[in-house]
Design a protein around this ligand. Sequence first.
Ligand SMILES: [Zn+2]
Length: 332
Amino acid sequence: MPAVHGIDLDAPGRLTGAIHLTHSDNRYDNGVIPVPVAVLSGGPGPTALLVAGTHGDEYEGQVVLHRLLRETDPEQVSGRLIVLPALNLPAVRDAGRVSPLDGQNLNRCYPGRRGGGPTEQLAHAVVTELLPRADLALDLHSGGSNAHYVPSAFVYAGPEPAVWAAKRELARRMGLPWTVVVPGRFEPGSFSTAADDAGVPMISTELGGGGEVDPAVVADAVHGLRRVLEGAGILAASPGTPAAPGTRWVGLCGDGAVHTPLRGLFEPIAGLGDEVRQGDLLGRVHPVEELDRPSTPVVAPRPGVVAIVRRPPLVDLGDSLYHLAADHPADG
Ligand SMILES: [Zn+2]
C-alpha cells in the first residue's frame, strides 16, 4: 500500500492526495483517515517539504500554507512544493495539540512505525516517503492554546557544518523578529531530529500562539516563506516580497524555565520580548480560594529576554509560566 494515495509525488502539475491512516475504534471502524497532501510541481529544481498542523491548535502556519497553495500556480514553481497544512489531521479536527485517537504527540513520534498507531503511521510516512524527496523542509508551529511565543524561527544546532549553515540561511531568509537556537537533537522523536537524521536542512517556526491567528505574524511569515522559496530558486524573485528584516539570535536557557510554585490565577506582568534581570518580578499567582493568603510573586531566575509566556491564566502546580532566552551567536 503506497503511503500517499491518489497522487504520484513525482508527476508534474497541481496534484492532491492523502496519507491514509488506519485506526479502528468506536468512531472509525474500517475506514481511513485521509491526511491531505498537495504537490505543486513545475519541472526541474529542488523540493521543499512544507508542513503545519503538527500540533492541531497551532493555526498561523496552517493559514500560511493554505495561502501559499491558493496563491501559487505550478507554472511558477521550478522544482516542487510538497505541502501538508494539516499534517496531524486528527489533532487539527480536534483543535488539540495531540491526536485524540492515540494521545500521541506527533513531534515526539519520529521516525514512527508502519504498524503503529495513527500518529506513528504519520511519522513513518513523512520519514519514508516525504523527507527523502526533500532538499529543504519547514515545520510551522506556534504557541498553541497554552502559550505565546515571540515570532521566531526555531532551529536545532548542527548536525554537521553544511546542513547547519543551510539552516542558518533559511532562518535569515525567514526574517522573523527572532531566531531561537536550541542544542542538536533537542527533542528526540521530533521532526527536526528526523530531518537531521535524513541530512535535510530544516527549520521550524513559532508564530505567536494562544490558539489564535495574528494577522501581522501571518503576513511576516507569508513573506518569509516566499523569501525561503525564492532563495532556493523554487519561486522566482518577486517585487512584492520585501527584503528580509534582521533577526535576533537567541538561545533558550536551561535555567530560564519558570514553573508555577502553586495553583491559582496567573497574573503575567512581564511580556514577550521584555528584557529582565535576575530577580525581576515576572508575574504573580493568586490563590483562588484562600483569600487570607498572600499572592506569590514569580521572579526571573536569571537575566534574559522573555521568549515564551503561558496563556491560560488558571494554573496548576508545575505549569510552565515563562521561558527566558539569552543572546546567541548567529554562527554558534
Ligand atoms: Zn507545536
